[in-house]
Design a protein around this ligand. Structure first.
Ligand code: 2AM
Ligand code: CA
Ligand code: CA
Ligand code: CA
Length: 273
């Protein structure tokens, strides 16, 4: 079994475990603030995935949101970047609209991405250079769109904050409409699927975007930070993902006019995980 096939198989197994245990009562704790939640299921799923990877590939490196690999600073060898439950608030409040996200890099180069929409049993996956799939179906390359006919995914919180309102309100005003799904991994998957045209957010951690980056690029999406720069899978970053012409339009007409403001924001919290 290739590493790619193995990654898909453990995402499916981990998802099955979550579905089976959904009726059990959750232990919910807060992290950085009262709305930043983590459950025993987030932690148990990360342990399950890490244990499976370690027993099969003992020399691979693993970074996970819930604590694994905090000291990893190099992308040498095989590096797995895992979000056991992306969309924990959805998981707690809705028991749906959450995903398992896995991105795998080899010596810093993209290798494979897997996003498992657990409750809908939809597995988005891609091996670099070989196209992206939803379950067994190959996804078509993205069609280009203009902002006026595009649907943008953005967390509305960014429109309530003084330092970001000025940048993002014109985008939402011009777009055909906006959506917010509450799972960064699913946002990437939905761009790859072509059901939204862009996902824009000011701060994601590596585990939020590692899988999505690889899948979205396989259908021709452009993935960068909001200054148009390549994403570094070892660090947090801002995100602009869209089909090619929309990415260009958003960058040139809406984001780069705020370049110095964005550079200031990037010089702060993005330097660490
Ligand atoms: P999580 O559920 O794995 O924590 C919700 O808008 C999206 O943003 C989810 O993908 C969520 O991932 C992520 N997210 C939640 N809190 C965040 C934070 N403090 N910084 C960056 N991303 C966050
Ligand atoms: Ca979290
Ligand atoms: Ca996440
Ligand atoms: Ca998570």
């Amino acid at each position: 079994m290739s590493i790619y096939e193995f990654a898909k198989s453990i995402a499916l197994l981990a998802g099955e475990r979550i579905r089976e245990e959904l009726s059990q009562e959750l232990i919910i704790e807060t992290k950085s603030n009262p709305n930043d939640l983590v459950t025993n299921m987030d932690k148990a799923t990360e342990v399950f995935l890490v244990d499976r990877i370690k027993e099969t590939y003992p020399d691979h490196h693993i970074i996970g949101e819930e604590g694994h690999g905090k000291d990893i600073t190099s992308a040498d060898g095989y590096l797995w970047i895992i979000d056991p439950i992306d969309g924990t608030l959805n998981f707690v409040h809705q028991q749906q609209n959450f995903a398992i996200s896995i991105g795998i890099f080899h010596n810093g180069e993209k290798y494979a991405g897997v996003i498992y929409d657990v409750m809908n049993d939809k597995l988005y996956h891609a091996e670099a250079g070989k196209g992206a799939y939803l379950n067994e179906e190959k996804l078509p390359m993205l069609k280009n769109t203009a902002l006026v006919t595009s649907i943008i995914s953005m967390n509305p919180n960014w429109l309530t904050k003084d330092r970001t309102r000025e940048m993002y309100v014109p985008i939402i005003r011009t777009a055909r409409s906006a959506r917010s799904y509450g799972s960064a991994a699913l946002d990437f998957a939905y761009v790859a699927l072509g059901i939204i045209d862009s996902y824009i957010t000011l701060r994601l951690h590596p585990w939020d975007f590692a899988g999505g980056l690889i899948i979205a690029e396989e259908v021709g999406a452009v993935v960068s930070n909001q200054l148009g720069e390549k994403l570094d899978p070892l660090h947090s970053n801002s995100i602009l993902v869209a089909n090619q012409t929309l990415h260009q339009e958003l960058l040139a007409d809406y984001l780069l006019p705020f370049e110095s403001h964005l550079r200031l924001i990037h010089s702060g919290p993005f330097s660490h995980r």
